[in-house]
Design a protein around this ligand. Structure first.
Ligand code: AMP
Length: 124
């Protein structure tokens, strides 16, 4: 099975919806909002130092990445309450937000993949 490295985690190709030479996008194991996805570099980004990239910024996986979280009016009563939800979602044993199944993640990745066309893509 083809996998990609995300810090200490292995991401299945079926979770990936976009792939280029330098970055790829995949669906989240524990999304706090519908459509929350991750974009990350295919290489380890060595130029960032600990002041720019680390736990102080809320990062739990040591691999340079961006979160994209679609927001809707009124999704959280107070706009910044989402950060509390994000904290909960990163706790491995949090029962309020169990990890999604591979089937569920693959379904979302298939949907998102349909918006992209790239010769670089290879999901096998
Ligand atoms: P951060 O806390 O900013 O480093 O974000 C790490 C993100 O990676 C969290 O949103 C997790 O839900 C997500 N995550 C961790 N492991 C996996 C995985 N195997 N597949 C997909 N997303 C993951």
């Amino acid at each position: 099975m083809k996998t990609y490295t995300f810090g200490p985690h292995l991401i299945r190709a079926s979770q990936v919806f976009f792939l280029s030479k330098k970055c790829f996008g995949f669906v989240n194991l524990k999304p706090v909002a519908n459509g929350r996805i991750l974009l990350l570099t295919t290489f380890v980004y060595r130029d960032l130092n600990s002041d720019e990239d680390g736990p102080e910024a809320g990062q739990t996986v040591p691999h340079c990445h961006l979160h994209i979280i679609p927001r809707k009016v009124g999704d959280w009563a107070n706009n910044d309450d989402i950060y509390g939800e994000i904290d909960k979602s990163t706790k491995v044993d949090n029962e309020e937000r169990p990890p999604r199944s591979f089937e569920e993640m693959e379904k979302e990745a298939n949907f998102l993949r349909s918006f992209f066309q790239s010769d670089d893509m290879n999901y096998n």
